[in-house]
Ligand binder design. Structure first.
Ligand code: ZN
Length: 496
């Protein structure tokens, strides 16, 4: 079922169904940019709403913000992005073809080169005699490439007006930290969440929505007082949760990942921080609760060589894509790095007064659950996609809460159009529904299956007499007769 198709097939399916289009395709397209179509926008909005409901609205300890995409360039100087947010690039000495060094080396040699310095990249290139994939000429010496998109603000187009499109949402949370925590009267531990666009000038965007130049993040910065590091008040809620674990040690020793409970991972000291364990588990649970299969995920600890410039320990929640296990979400521990940097650069006091300790504290970020919306979107699509040979069509088994339409309304024949439209209008007040009267009922069922619509409501010749309709379930294809009076309640119960 899932995993049966490649990422290219998925991209083709998404285009055909109005889910995702290549950006500005009429002009030849723009690598690393995509547009969501009529179905895609619904699915993606549903994903973001579900995330916000789970991680912000249903919790007392997390509040949200929506920061702007362009901000003072000093934010990015303080955060380290101006000086450090780089990938190493290899340029062909003859045809000037450019490749992202770490992924290229990994593809060619199997060496995990993520986080390699320029010197390590140059060594790997010469040791493995790597050459330009296009013309087989030698590479020039490797060089760093800053991934931030630059722009100018105001009429002056010079260094003084230089600004950046934000490469992550996190810094807006830090820059607003003091105001948000005071306005919301938050007491440690607490989190600040944000959903929004970010931009990275990737050297080689690839794998459809997986690595884009413009993308969206759903992110939480979670703050604690340093002495809370070893005790997460909610970790007991996830102790029995099972997940496949792939620690740095298992990777170094060439072992397989192991299925275990959060309790076991903590007791064996595989996951050091109960906060990381907690956030990894609740994010895995979020995916499972929305219909994905638990066994398609694992958590993997970063090796020493691949940690970001700020992180002391990082775990990724990974998903088994058709192109292998890849990162969905990084759970990093940023310490007080960001707030310290902003205090230093802005010369503003960003400490909180801790009532309990009666002292000023600079909170540390114990976890930064950051999830790419496009990657989550791909996960839900891959797990939902089913080329059903028996039915002869594709079925998108999307969770009803993520489905772009909750029901499709059909008149059995066109003569029943008026009655069917009446029922459609009634449902439309409460649900996002679609009306379809063209083609045979079988054809209309197939079309609804491919759009992931969980229920089809058919109005037939008996409807006038018995005030009932036939409701067909997408996943089982079972049909049930449901009275018009009870139709809204029936759908409501099924759509939770
Ligand atoms: Zn070349």
């Amino acid at each position: 079922m899932a995993m049966a198709i490649t990422i290219e097939d998925m991209a083709a399916f998404c285009k055909k169904k109005g889910i995702v289009y290549p950006n500005s395709e009429i002009y030849g397209g723009m690598a690393g940019f995509f547009d969501y179509g009529p179905l895609g926008i619904e699915i993606i909005n549903n994903i973001k709403r579900e995330w916000w409901k789970t991680f912000v609205q249903s919790r007392e300890d997390i509040v949200g913000i929506d920061g702007s995409i362009i901000c003072h360039p000093k934010v990015w100087k303080a955060s380290g992005h101006v000086d450090n947010f780089e990938d190493v690039m290899l340029t062909c000495s003859r045809c000037k073809n450019k490749v992202r060094a770490d992924t290229f080396i990994e593809e060619q040699t199997g060496i995990a080169a993520d986080g390699f310095t320029v010197e390590m990249i140059n060594n790997a290139v010469s040791e493995n005699k790597l050459s330009c994939p296009k013309c087989k000429s030698e590479f020039e010496k490797a060089n760093d490439f800053n991934l931030m998109f630059k722009t100018n603000v105001g009429p002056l187009q010079d260094e003084s007006s230089l600004a950046y499109l934000r490469p992550e949402t996190a810094q807006l949370i830090f820059a607003n930290f003091k105001l948000v925590s005071e306005n919301s009267r938050l007491k440690l531990p607490f989190g600040i969440a944000q959903v929004g666009k970010a931009f990275r000038n990737e050297i080689s965007p690839r794998n459809f929505l997986f690595r884009c130049r413009e993308f969206e993040q759903m992110e939480i910065e979670y703050f604690i007082r340093k002495d809370m590091f070893d005790s997460c008040p909610w970790v007991s809620e996830v102790m029995s949760h099972e997940i496949s674990v792939y620690s740095a040690e298992m990777q170094e020793k060439g072992q397989q990942q192991k299925q275990m409970t959060i309790k076991q991972a903590l007791e064996k000291g595989i996951i050091m921080s109960p906060w990381h364990a907690y956030f990894l588990a609740i994010n895995h649970q979020w995916f499972i609760n929305l219909g994905t299969r638990p066994e398609h995920f694992r958590i993997r600890q970063h090796l020493k060589t691949e940690k970001s410039h700020y992180a002391t320990d990082t775990w990724d929640l990974e998903y088994n894509f058709p192109f292998g296990y890849k990162e969905l979400q990084g759970i990093a521990d940023r310490g007080t790095f960001d707030l310290d940097q902003h205090i230093k650069h802005s010369k503003k006091d960003m400490s909180l007064f801790d009532e309990e300790k009666k002292e000023k504290v600079i909170p540390m970020v114990v976890a930064e659950p950051s999830l790419g919306v496009g990657r989550a979107f791909l996960v839900f699509l891959f797990d939902a996609y089913d080329d059903d040979k028996e039915r002869g069509n594709i079925v998108l088994h999307l969770h009803p809460r993520l489905a772009p339409y909750k029901a499709a309304v059909f008149p059995l024949v066109n003569k029943l159009d008026d009655k069917a439209r009446e029922i459609f209008s009634m449902l439309k007040q409460d649900f996002h529904v679609i009306y379809d009267r063209s083609g045979s009922i079988g054809r209309r069922y197939a079309r609804a299956d491919e759009q992931g619509i969980p229920f089809c409501v058919t109005i037939d010749f008996d409807t006038e007499n018995d005030s009932s309709v036939t409701v067909r379930d997408r996943d089982s294809t079972k049909q049930e007769r449901v009275s018009l009076n009870g139709l809204k309640d029936y759908l409501c119960k099924k759509l939770i």
